[in-house]
Write a protein that binds this ligand. Sequence first.
Ligand code: NDP
Length: 310
Amino acid sequence: MEQHILDCVIIGSGPAGFTAAIYAARADLKPELYTGLEPGGQLTTTTEVDNFPGYPNGITGPELMADLQKQAERFDTKIHYEMITKVEFSKESGGIHKLWAGNKEIFAKSVIISTGATAKYLGLEDEKKYSGGGVSACATCDGFFYRGKDVAVVGGGDTAAEEATYLSKLCRKVTMLVRKGEFRASKAMIHRVLNTPNIEVKFFHELQAIEGENNLVERVVVINNQTNEISKIDVHGIFIAIGHQPNTALFAGQLNLDENGYIITENGTSRTNLPGVFAAGDVQDHVYRQAITAAGSGCMAAMDAEKYLN
Ligand code: NDP
């Protein structure tokens, strides 16, 4: 049977993937986009998005992603609600890249990777045990369940500060567990945290264990890493906000990744170390991580792919 070779396959369905699709489709590359397990990506787990240009009154994350998808489909992007499970990239310029979605084989002249990043966890057994019973990595998704209750947030970066501030509006009290004696968050976020009366910051504190009944969180066990003193805090929810892990396991050994696993792109472009393979969005950006910067880099990737195919 003759192989059907696509011009452009896009992996991932966040702002980067859909923007790449809009541009690639308009350049007549007939892109096919594989959504992965979380169609719409991380934005589908947020509520209001007030900083995406073009929406003067804000928009919800899921609505924004639905709009981006509609726009990509308007220009005949084919969307597959499937996960790419394996890739075999060609090292030759003009070579054909091979991808798999389960048993299905896909052949493409160019590939745009926009698989994003996923929230990190501490690696405690208890996180798994109480997942869905009080442990979360997304305050905007799950904060609602802890209205009027006490919760804890682990982390001292901007994400943790943002989660704590968000939760402070819903919850009775928020305890922030910061492992060092200082925040990593920006000055503005630190200021906001320190000026919110129902947020208590515990520096030098680490989460050791989670306790509860019937897989529902009732308290956390924490250790002061300076004095080794162990204490317990009664909470119903615990939010882990210690950063993100890029979704690049699929590409390890084929693409150049940095020490944190992010795809390395050539300065000012979306080009990876392999010809015809491009990367856009959070999978290659640990600095800006915004919907609009992801969308911008998706546009770059489609233009780079078009140029490569020409
Ligand atoms: P960061 O890597 O900036 O911060 C991670 C935080 O978690 C640090 O305080 C770190 O502590 C702590 N941490 C990491 N691992 C552990 C662990 N095992 N146990 C306990 N604590 C741990 O991640 P963020 O997600 O906060 O931010 C990532 C990027 O996104 C940053 O550039 C940030 O500015 C940006 N961002 C911007 C936002 C905005 O502008 N609105 C919102 C959210 C993020 P330590 O300092 O000790 O390493």
